[in-house]
Each structure stands twice: as C-alpha cells, then as structure tokens.
Design a protein around this ligand. Structure first.
Ligand code: KIV
Ligand code: ZN
Length: 513
C-alpha cells in the first residue's frame, strides 16, 4: 500500500513581533531588516514583522520589511478596530505579498475582566475587523486571543463567522501556555468536525511555552489538521517564549514517519539564524537547547563516543550539518586567504556580499595576528559582529589601565565620537570592568544601572576570544549589548557601548516624535 502523501505545513515566524516582546529584546530597524532577510533565506512562509500601531518604530520596521524583503508573505498585527487595521495596511501596502493579522480575545476571563464585553459583542467586533482588513487585502488572518481557554462552542461560532467574513487563516493561540497536547489536539479536532466552512481557511496554532509544551502542543495540532505553525527563532517571546521554529521544523522532518508533514525550511540555515537572533537580542541560547545549542550534538559518555565512531546513527538522530553546524571544526590561521574564509563562511551558512566579506576578512586578519588558530565559532563570531551593523556614535578607540592586587584599578579611556577623540581623566572602579563602565558613562553622559553581565569563551585555548553580554537599565527600559575580543575588558567596553548606542537611538527617535 502507498504511504500517505507528505502535507506541507506553513511556517509563520513571529520573531520580530511576539519574539521582540521578550524583556530586553528590542531591536532597531537595521537589525530587524537583517533578521527579516535571514528569515527569507531560511524560506519561512510568513514573516510577522511587527504591530504597526504600537509605535512609530514598529510601523517603520513593518513598512521597510514590506518594501525590501521578497519571498515570504509579510504580515502586520492589528487589534479589531479601524485605526489599527488602517495603520497595518499603510505599513504593508508596498509588500510583494501581504497579510493583515487581526486579533480579539474570546475567553471568558478576557471577556469579563479585560474587554468587559459579552459574546455577541465580541463576535460582532471580530467580524467587523476581518471585513475591514479584507477590504484592503485578500490574505487575512484572525486570532481569537486566549483561544485555548475559550469555551469550545463559542470558539466554533467565532471561527465560523470570521471565515465567512473573509479570514483565510484562523489562528488558535494558547496565549498563556496553558494547554497540553491532548487538549490542543482536541480543540483543533473539534474545529475540523464542527465548523461547517473550516475548509475555506487554513488552521494555524500559536503556542506559548509557559509549561514547556509549546512544541508538543503545536505537533498535536498538526496531527489533528493544523496547516500553519506560528513560532520564533530560539523560541524567544513573552515570558517563557513561543514555540521554537528550529525544534518544530526538525521534529516534523526527523519524524516524518509519524507526522507525514514537512516544511520548506532550509534546515542548514537554522544554526546561523539562531546565532544571529541571539547576537541581536542578547538572549543567549542555553548550551543544551535542542537543535541549536552548543551541546546539541556533543557526545560526552565514552560508550556513546564509541558507538558514534562505529556508526553515527547509533546515538545521532539528525546530522549536525543538516541544521547548520559544520561537519568539521577546520582551523584557519594567519596564512589562510580570502577564498578559504569565504568557503568557511558559506559552509557555516552565512551569505555575505562582497563588501561584508572584505570587512570580515579584515577582522579575520586582525584576529589571526592575536590568535594562532581560528575555529569555526571564531569565524561565526566575527561575521555576526560585522553583520549586526551599528552606525554607533560612540566607539572604543583605546584604553590604558593601571592594575595591581592591592588597589582599585585606574583606567584612562578614549572614545571616538564621530570623528573626534575624547579621553577621560584617570577613573577608578571596583574592578577593571567597573572602571571601564564608569569611564564610558562619564564620556557619554549616560548613567545606567547594569542588570546583567556575562562572559564566555567563543572557542578554546588561553587566547580564545571572550564574548561579553551586558544588559543595562536606563529610565525604566532595558538595553543589551554584546562585544567580542581576545581581551575581555575590551569586549566588555564594546558590549557596554552597544547598549549605550541603543539608548542613544531611542532618545534620538523620541526627540523626533
Ligand atoms: O499569544 C497570543 O495570543 C498572540 C496573538 C496576538 C496571536 O500573540
Ligand atoms: Zn503570542
């Protein structure tokens, strides 16, 4: 007997919208564009680029992604009211393919406490919102927010009415991450059974990860007929995050025997995508994270290593190179040329234009002067640093430090401000990093509270590059920065300056409003 055909599931990426709602993960326009471009290369079906009415920055990001990124459908979020929907369309109209995503909460808790509306009023609003969106755009998605906690009879009514009003996708969010796999499966099954016009729309799911079940719940939805999954790179998002794109994609691909589904995702780009999102948001990927964590393919136990050497499939269900880890950690050095670097970059899944390659090659040569062996993780770190593009007003020029174990370190620091050099007096701090941060605060005029600081090595050896991640608080908002250098004090300064740059950008944007 023939096996059933593979069903293609649409991947709706919301890293730039729901993902950006992770505390401290805000991104600037250049970073959002870079991520959107990367999502297009990954071949996601839909990019939710933002919530245009939420802020002028969100509007601009959706508008620019719509204008510049080709391939996927570009989507903007709107509540069920005219102003939101009109603004969403204004941001989306230049897209090659666009979608308006309207949402309204439907659960009893939200109806009673948040919206103070009855079922009929909710139904009317939802239908009116979908109709208005459909006047602009043929592709309309409707989300009954908190659907997983909505009474199933009412949910069926809402879904039927919004499809009749023109919704081409109905998304079932588990907004608070409350569902379990059997629960989510039952909801989708009921919609399939009970909504008469359900075949006229794609059923989507949007699962949050509060119980660690977002991927399992999404898979259960797929098993029951969902045709679209909403997810984010590295699973970033509100609270415990959203369904992780890399996990759901690889679960369906690796267990095609069970799910009989696939996606059009280029899986070899998953690791570079994960690294880029981590670098831009400052949200580090835990080492043991499935698919993209540093240890995801590391075999420590002797018995496993022995099995792996005899036959990789004894302990490996996926090949590291299939998700974008390089097969070998080839070492480059100061005699390696541009072609070798370009080859390594492309094996690691990065697509660089000539200008980027030139810049990365220059940084590579600098690093090769300081460090004998350059590993894949070093190359990836240089590339990420480069492609994160910051036209920063303040950059580090140099510093000199006096340090001994009996007294506070003293630093004299020089920053470049545009073309000009500005140098501090000697400044002292509790340690070398504190001294450098205080000196930067003095020169830039921003006094911040450091809320997080971490350093880890990018590769191996005493001369390994250090990666510093820093988070600071300024006027109630959190900003992050990341810096890489073989000198961890210098890496700290670079990271701190990047966080200052984000504050600066926000201050400038607020002035022009
Ligand atoms: O979690 C949620 O309910 C959402 C909706 C806007 C889809 O993010
Ligand atoms: Zn959400």
């Amino acid at each position: 007997m023939d096996s059933p055909a593979t069903r293609m599931i649409r991947i709706f990426d919301t890293t730039l919208r729901d993902g950006e709602q992770s505390p401290g993960a805000s991104m600037n326009l250049a970073e959002k564009l870079k991520i959107a471009q990367m999502l297009a290369e990954l071949q996601v079906d839909v990019i939710e680029a933002g919530f245009p009415i939420a802020s002028p920055g969100d509007f601009e990001a959706v508008r620019e992604v719509a204008a510049q990124v080709k391939g996927p459908v570009i989507c903007g979020l709107a509540r069920c009211n005219d102003a939101d929907i009109d603004r969403a369309w204004e941001a989306l109209e230049r897209a090659e393919k666009s979608r308006i995503h309207v949402f309204l909460a439907t659960s009893a808790i939200h109806r009673e406490f948040k919206l103070k509306m009855g079922q009929d009023e909710i139904l009317e609003r939802a239908v009116a919102g979908v109709r208005r969106a459909a006047e602009y755009c043929a592709d309309v998605e409707f989300s009954p927010e908190d659907a997983a906690r909505t009474e199933i009879d009412f949910l069926c009514r809402v879904v039927e009415a919004t499809i009749r009003a023109g919704a081409t996708t109905v998304n079932i969010p588990d907004t608070v991450g409350y569902a379990t796999p059997s629960h989510m499966g039952r909801v989708i099954h009921s919609l399939k059974e009970r909504v008469p016009n359900i075949d006229q729309a794609v059923i989507s799911v949007h699962c949050h990860n509060d119980l660690g079940l977002a991927v399992a719940n999404s898979l259960a939805a797929v098993e029951n007929g969902a045709g679209q999954i909403e997810c984010t790179i590295n699973g970033i998002g509100e609270r415990a995050g959203n369904c992780s794109l890399e996990e759901i994609v690889m679960a369906m691909r690796t267990r095609a025997d069970v799910y009989r589904t696939d996606t059009q995702i280029i899986s070899q780009r998953l690791v570079p995508a994960s690294r880029l999102v981590s670098a831009v948001t400052g949200l580090q990927v835990q080492r043991n994270k499935a698919i993209v964590g540093r240890n995801a393919f590391a075999h420590e136990a002797g018995i496993h290593q022995d099995g792996m050497l005899k036959e990789a499939s004894t302990y490996e269900i996926m090949r590291p190179q299939d998700v974008g880890f390089s097969h070998t950690d080839l070492v480059l050095g100061k005699h390696s040329g541009r072609a070798a670097l370009a080859d390594r970059a492309s094996t690691l899944g990065y697509v660089l234009n000539d200008e980027q390659l030139n810049q990365v090659f220059a940084d590579f040569k600098d690093l090769a002067d300081k460090k004998k062996e350059i590993y894949d993780s070093d190359v990836a770190a240089i590339i990420e640093q480069q492609i994160r593009f910051h036209a920063q007003r303040w950059t580090l020029d140099s510093y000199c430090m006096e340090i001994d174990s009996d007294s506070a370190p003293q630093v004299k620091l020089t920053l470049k401000h545009g073309d000009q050099l500005q140098t501090t007096e000697m400044a002292s701090g509790d340690g070398p990093v504190d001294a450098v941060f205080l000196a930067i605060e003095k020169l830039t005029g921003y006094a911040v509270r450091c809320t997080d600081f971490s350093v880890h090595s990018v590769s191996v050896g005493h001369d390994a590059q250090g990666e510093v991640n820093v988070e600071v608080e300024y006027q109630g908002n959190r900003f992050h920065g990341r810096g890489i250098s073989t000198d961890s004090v210098e890496a700290s300064a670079i990271a701190f300056l990047e966080a200052i740059h984000r504050i600066d950008t926000l201050q400038e944007a607020m002035k022009t409003r």
